[in-house]
Write a protein that binds this ligand. Structure first.
Ligand code: AMP
Length: 212
């Protein structure tokens, strides 16, 4: 499980880890954006909260995760962006007890707030391959899209606008940060310095996992 504020690099690191370990990646943010794109009732319900940088109600998100976790008994999962509240963590505990599946690692990616604001403000994503670029730190240089082979079709997420960014960071502190104690108390938490470069962060993740 990846824990950490928006912009800490959870999605980027998850892409790499899932490829290396053959994990099934469950990102509630990606699942919700897909519902919004398809205009489903769930997507319509979620969109307002997402655009404002607020959390979608627990029942909606838990239901979405339950459908996936129950669907495939054999898979090993990488949870990215879930749980985000104590209520979601308790629902997850109950689902996993039912499946007799343990949480093996909780990786907390820490990044100072000023750096998160910088990262989220300049972030651009490709609509087709999902790759993430940054105006200053990782500009798009015209390389071929991993999904289409053409040029990447870049867009800025609505919730990466500055008012929504501030709200998302406040929501993280108020509602998600308490999960650090929830999992820390169970000896599951590994702290990762997310301010380092991508390769170094990945190295820390790999050794945290190997260390048990
Ligand atoms: P993310 O891509 O993880 O930053 O998520 C984007 C947005 O989707 C968040 O700001 C929330 O509005 C919503 N969202 C994603 N995951 C959750 C969750 N576990 N609980 C509630 N809302 C979520």
């Amino acid at each position: 499980m990846f824990l950490g504020p928006p912009g800490a690099g959870k999605g980027t690191q998850a892409e790499r880890l899932k490829a290396d370990l053959g994990l099934t990646h469950l990102s509630t943010g990606d699942l919700l954006r897909d519902e919004v794109k398809r205009g489903t009732p769930l997507g319509l319900e979620a969109k307002r909260a997402m655009d404002a940088g607020e959390l979608v109600p627990d029942a909606v998100v838990v239901g979405m995760i339950r459908d996936r976790l129950v669907g495939d008994a054999a898979a090993n999962y990488l949870l990215d962006g879930f749980p985000r509240t104590i209520g979601q963590a308790e629902a997850l505990d109950a689902m996993l007890a039912e499946k007799r599946a343990p949480i093996e690692h909780v990786l907390l990616l820490s990044v100072p707030r000023e750096e998160l604001v910088r990262r989220l403000g300049g972030r651009w994503l490709c609509r087709n391959c999902g790759k993430s670029y940054h105006e200053t730190f990782a500009p798009y240089g015209g390389e071929p899209c991993e999904a289409t082979g053409g040029k990447c079709d870049l867009y800025q997420r609505d919730d990466d606008r500055s008012d929504a960014v501030a709200n998302r960071l406040n929501v993280y502190e108020a509602q998600t940060a308490p999960l650090v104690d929830h999992y820390g108390g169970r000896g599951l938490l590994r702290r990762i310095d997310g301010e380092r470069g991508q390769d170094e962060v990945y190295g820390q993740i790999a050794s945290a996992i190997q260390g048990g």
